[in-house]
Design a protein. Structure first.
Length: 465
């Protein structure tokens, strides 16, 4: 094949060649060459089907398959002659195939268009990427479960509004992210199931008059079925939108955990310390240990959401069927997956190695009147007060303790009875942070017993034992 300055694959209609700028804006090889494996797989399946249906000869198919074997070997060895003037990976493969096997290569594109070819490749690539990202999330889940199991009874403050609320266990806190990543995993899996329909055979937009067998190509490529409408097949990009939306939600969860790591590793919190492998220093302040990996995850989560919004903007006003706007769908999707996978690997590394500081966590949990709810519950349970009255009494006791500069457990029995005469010294048994956390035995609660149960269940579910 000649270059675009000579004769192109589509040049029969044109008397003049594209301008250099047109070639530059039109080329996508630098991006879509990542789909080489998928493109060759699609061509193999298509050629086999054409041969089976008698549309091309057995000998032509043999030549095509042998040529594709050579191309695969060249790509693995790094000797494939990529040519940017050929626009994309599809034209590069076809041109090289023609150089290798001659006339049979020209029959490969029978009953096929680049429109259905490219979206078939794209679906195959996205399906593989979803599976890879889901496996990475599974690795992060395993790390979180492992650390939760090590900290079933490590007390820390639970927060609302970033204010101390009630004592919780660190294991319980980490398991919250296990639940989030579990939902993320199912979103990626659901997306992979929904996209698993084959566009190949839709041709440019209207199907083909050749007697093709779309079920055969769909099965050969691992799709559940062929897509039922040829217009939808070549134009739909909701599978990529859904994938990027799922990545965006999962990245938001990573960002929340990253923010907590930033807070926990600060001197003001002192709950944890990142190892040297996941920290950086300062060029001027030698004492600094910066949680840059966590901070970068926060920023990259926004990038992933931006890729999703960019793709949505590209497709939101496109009439059926294909438009060249869709060429950039690969760039946005590839970058989103690359960024997400990097963030998951970084977060997994941090969780596996972060050094928690239980004494500091426990001390912080004991501040801020974190057992006030336990006091109110005791008043309801032991004295029979309505909860609203118990809430009022507890609020008065908190104000008294705050005025004295002490915690609730440091008030005397006389102080407490001055607010409500029926309080007994039994109340002090519920005012420790350990007692508070241990009492939360409802399903999904922070009690060490419940946390240990959840850890065991997750290990069994994920086959980690």
């Amino acid at each position: 094949m000649e270059s675009a300055k000579g004769q192109t694959m589509w040049g029969g209609r044109f008397a003049a060649t594209p301008s250099d700028i047109m070639e530059e804006i039109n080329a996508s090889l630098d991006i879509d060459r990542r789909m080489a494996e998928e493109d060759i797989a699609g061509s193999r399946a298509h050629a086999d089907m054409l041969s089976e249906m008698g549309i091309i000869s057995f000998e032509d198919n043999e030549a095509i398959q042998a040529g594709l074997d050579t191309i695969v070997a060249e790509m693995r060895e790094g000797t494939f002659p990529f040519r940017r003037e050929l626009e994309d990976i599809h034209m590069n493969v076809e041109a090289r195939l023609k150089e290798l096997v001659g006339e049979p290569a020209g029959r490969l594109h029978t009953a096929r268009s680049r429109n259905d070819q490219v979206v078939t490749d794209f679906r195959l690539w996205t399906r593989r990427a979803l599976d890879h990202s889901a496996r990475l999330l599974g690795g992060l889940q395993g790390a979180l479960i492992q650390r939760a199991g090590e900290n079933t009874d490590t007390i820390m403050p639970g927060f609302t509004h970033l204010q101390t609320a009630q004592p919780v266990t660190l294991g319980h806190h980490l398991l919250a992210y296990v639940e989030m990543t579990s939902r993320d995993w199912t979103r990626l899996s659901d997306c992979a199931n929904r996209l698993n329909e084959c566009p190949l055979g839709a041709a440019a937009l209207a199907g083909t008059g050749f007697p093709i067998d779309r079920d055969m190509t769909a099965e050969a490529l691992g799709f559940a079925r062929p897509m039922a409408n040829s217009l939808d097949a070549v134009s739909a990009r909701d599978f990529a939108l859904e994938a990027l939306a799922a990545l965006s939600i999962a990245a938001t969860h990573l960002s929340r955990l990253a923010e907590e790591i930033v807070l926990w590793s600060s001197a003001q919190f002192g709950f944890a310390q990142l190892t040297d492998a996941w920290s950086t220093g300062s060029s001027i302040m030698p004492q600094k240990r910066n949680p840059d990996a966590a901070e970068l995850i926060r920023a990259k989560a926004a990038l992933i959401t931006g890729f999703y919004v960019g793709l949505q903007g590209a497709v939101k006003a496109l009439p059926l069927a294909y438009a060249k706007d869709l060429q950039d769908d690969k760039r946005l999707t590839f970058e989103a997956f690359d960024t997400f996978d990097l963030c998951v690997r970084a977060m997994t590394g941090m969780i596996e190695t972060i050094q928690f500081k239980p004494d500091n966590m426990r001390a912080a949990a004991a501040k801020g009147f974190s057992t006030a709810t336990d006091l109110a519950d005791w008043l309801v349970r032991e004295l029979g007060l309505p909860f609203r009255e118990a809430h009022h009494v507890t609020g008065a006791l908190v104000a008294l303790a705050e005025g004295k500069g002490v915690d609730l457990a440091d008030l005397s029995l006389a102080d407490m009875q001055g607010v409500h005469k029926d309080i007994t010294d039994a109340v002090f048994g519920v005012l420790t942070v350990e007692a508070s956390a241990s009492s939360r035995t409802s399903y999904g609660g922070t009690s060490p017993v419940r946390v240990a149960e959840q850890v065991a269940q997750w290990k069994q579910r994920l086959g980690l034992e």
